[in-house]
Design a protein around this ligand. Structure first.
Ligand code: SF4
Length: 446
């Protein structure tokens, strides 16, 4: 009697490190999806993996240092390393420190990453492992997903090197985005987080050309895309919206409940002097008027923004103007960065550098000032009923978010419930109290 032995090669294992912003995370998801489709297995540990891929971030010098640290760690623990992402646009910086990396590819160069992986560790074909869900592999929890609508940016903010790294704006046709969104929703995603470098510029490069989604022609336009996404029975949240006048149009969609009443607009500053040096739109008075009009049309609107303090040339008067502007604008959620020169950024050539100590001092003053505003805004929710999407289940309370909270960056709602909750479920919660960042409440309905 003879035994028939089927030789089956074990699936090669890849360890993946994803650094940087949600846009980089989407790139990581695309690479991981392709690897899984080709039969690679993913592992959390560098040791024992056949290869490590590091998706780097090159936005700030501190992010580059973190990326270089991650590459060094992967080399020490494994030895076989492929580097991709924003820092891949400047390979000399990586090679100067780590000449032994196997390959370096730039952002969105999915094919080149795959080629490098194939060369280092050929795939073991296994039809069972080839079964990948049509929505791809998500690195975010199953109930929310990032939806990238374009790459690159046509703006030239002086502190930013993204256009140099990623090039000018390239938008995806609307039908392409909608098909991906539809697959995600069909797979159980409850919340779509729309991202790009500049969401409101969507479609400019395509001259807003329409494309066919089902039997409807949808223009590649910010408003049209938001309207169609709003029909998919999921929460739709808009991130990285540049304050152009046509943003006003989407407020109507928010007021009627088609998309979430949430806008993430990085204003960066409020002094016309600083905004001019940043090459950002400078009409702060007009912006205040528009914020007022948005809130009149959609009272539930949550505004999130980011600011930079210590930008070259920022005087005490400019900074005070920013604090005064915050008092009037009453932005709900705010992030603040200390200005940091980035190699290759045009702002490095500006005069009037602000010292590290002064930048720190302004950052602390900014945070204390805004914290009081954010806490006051949050307190207005006490006593209201809010729809809350559940992100995590704890031993006594669950953790979720209202329509006004984006995952990872905003606050949470700590939810008590008589019946067990499930991750991804949306419950109606009576808000009972607020602390500096978070809300607390009890489920009163489903
Ligand atoms: S809008 Fe400005 S900060 Fe944002 S990616 Fe474009 S150039 Fe950079």
């Amino acid at each position: 009697m003879t035994d028939i032995v089927t030789e089956k090669r074990a699936a090669p294992k890849v360890s993946f490190v994803s650094l940087g912003c949600p846009k980089a995370l989407v790139d990581s998801e695309r690479i991981v999806t392709r690897l899984r489709a080709e039969g690679y297995e993913l592992t959390r540990k560098h040791e024992g993996a056949d290869l490590v891929i590091v998706n780097t971030c090159g936005f700030l010098d501190s992010a580059q240092a973190e990326s270089l640290g991650a590459i060094g760690e992967a080399l020490a623990q494994n030895g076989k390393v492929v580097v991709t992402g924003c820092m891949g646009a400047e390979p000399e910086k990586i090679l100067a420190q780590y000449p032994q990396v196997l390959a370096i590819t730039g952002p969105q160069q999915y094919e080149s990453v795959l080629d490098a992986v194939h060369r280092a560790v050929p795939p073991a074909h296994d039809p069972f492992l080839d079964l990948v869900p049509p929505e791809g592999i998500k690195l975010t929890p199953r109930h929310y997903a990032y939806l990238k609508i374009s790459e690159g940016c046509n703006n030239r903010c002086t502190f930013c090197i993204i256009p140099k790294l990623r090039g000018d704006l390239v938008s995806r046709p609307a039908a392409d985005v909608l098909r991906e969104a539809e697959k995600l929703v069909a797979a159980g995603v409850k919340e779509l987080l729309v991202i790009s470098q500049d969401t409101s510029a969507y479609g400019v490069d395509l001259r807003y050309a329409p494309s066919a989604f089902k039997d409807v022609e949808v223009r590649a336009k910010f408003y049209d895309l938001a309207r169609e996404l709003g029909k998919l029975q999921a929460w739709v949240r808009l991130h990285y919206v540049y304050p152009y006048p046509h943003v006003d149009e989407v407020i109507a969609l928010m007021a009627e409940g088609a998309i979430l009443p949430y806008l993430d607009i990085p204003f960066q500053h409020a002094s016309p002097n600083v905004l001019k040096r940043m090459k950002r739109p400078g009409s702060v008075e007009k912006t205040l008027g528009r914020i007022e009009a948005w809130r009149a049309e959609c009272p539930d609107l949550t505004l999130r923004s980011t600011f930079i303090v210590g930008f070259p040339g920022e005087t005490e008067q400019d900074f005070q103007m920013l604090l005064d502007w915050l008092d009037v604008a009453q932005i709900d959620r705010v992030g603040c960065f200390r200005y940091e020169p980035v190699a290759g950024a045009d702002s490095n050539a500006l005069d009037g550098a602000v010292s590290r100590e002064l930048t720190d001092e302004r950052w602390h003053r900014f945070m204390a000032h805004q914290q009081a505003i954010s806490a006051k805004r949050l307190k207005r929710k006490v006593g209201t009923r809010q729809q809350v999407i559940i992100d995590a289940i704890g031993p006594t309370v669950a953790k979720g978010r209202t329509k006004g909270d984006a995952p990872e960056i905003d606050g949470a709602v700590h939810v008590a419930s008589r019946r067990p909750l499930r991750v991804g479920e949306i419950a109606t919660v009576k808000i009972e109290r607020a602390d500096a960042y978070d809300l607390h409440g009890t489920v009163i309905g489903f």
